[in-house]
Design a protein around this ligand. Structure first.
Ligand SMILES: C[S@@+](CC[C@H](N)C(=O)[O-])C[C@H]1O[C@@H](n2cnc3c(N)ncnc32)[C@H](O)[C@@H]1O
Length: 189
């Protein structure tokens, strides 16, 4: 099932809305980062820059086959062999990687879904002990040019409350990712 309000505006506009290197820096992704999973590749906005900087593979999935095809095409054009993009419904079938196999899971712009704790649990399942579940989302405290309806946008406090239900610990506090986002680091114990 496609998660609510998970469509996107055109790619060229979407990709003006993030400072991608700053976001990836904030989570500490670099050459020492091994396997990573990503829920919702979308246009590959984060997939490609992440693959360029990590040592492992980015295993990304999306329920929308056109998004998967686009991301795979962009990866091929960029000569990035460490991107595996598959069409998959995470709610029905999980991430499709062995339990505990990944250094990190990306939940970017997706926790406004109907079942956020189920998504957090799926991410916890796939990361190794001590692994990172990296979350970004649209801020609710400032006007933003995009993002899901305010009534379903998760505040950092809400995600902090969900984390222990999913077996995750919050590391530090949320942080701003200008211009429009916040980030939160969750860890599997
Ligand atoms: C708002 S977009 C965010 C994409 C990307 N994470 C980003 O921030 O650029 C959400 C993506 O999740 C995908 N999606 C929605 N429901 C899904 C599901 N049940 N399983 C996998 N992907 C899903 C959508 O097709 C869409 O590409």
């Amino acid at each position: 099932m496609k998660l609510r309000e998970s469509g996107m505006p055109p790619q060229d506009f979407w990709e003006t809305l993030f400072d991608v290197p700053r976001i990836l820096d904030a989570f500490g992704f670099g050459p020492d980062t091994a396997e990573v999973v990503e829920l919702g590749c979308g246009y590959g906005t984060f997939t490609l820059p992440l693959a360029r900087r990590i040592g492992g593979t980015v295993h990304t999935l999306d329920i929308d086959a056109a998004m998967v095809a686009l991301t795979a095409q962009r990866a091929a054009e960029a000569g990035l062999a460490n991107i595996k993009a598959v069409t998959r419904d995470v709610l029905a079938a999980g991430f499709g990687r062995p339990a505990g196999s990944c250094a990190a899971a990306l939940l970017f712009n997706i926790l406004h879904a109907e079942e956020p704790v189920a998504l957090l649990r799926a991410a916890r399942e796939v990361v190794r002990p001590g692994g990172l579940v990296a979350v970004i989302h649209w801020r609710s405290d400032i006007p933003t040019p995009r993002g899901p309806s305010l009534d379903i946008r998760p505040h950092p406090e809400k995600i902090t409350a969900w984390a222990p239900e999913a077996g995750l610990a919050v590391e530090g506090t949320s942080f701003d990712l200008p211009p429009w986002h916040f980030g939160l680091k969750l860890r599997r114990a």
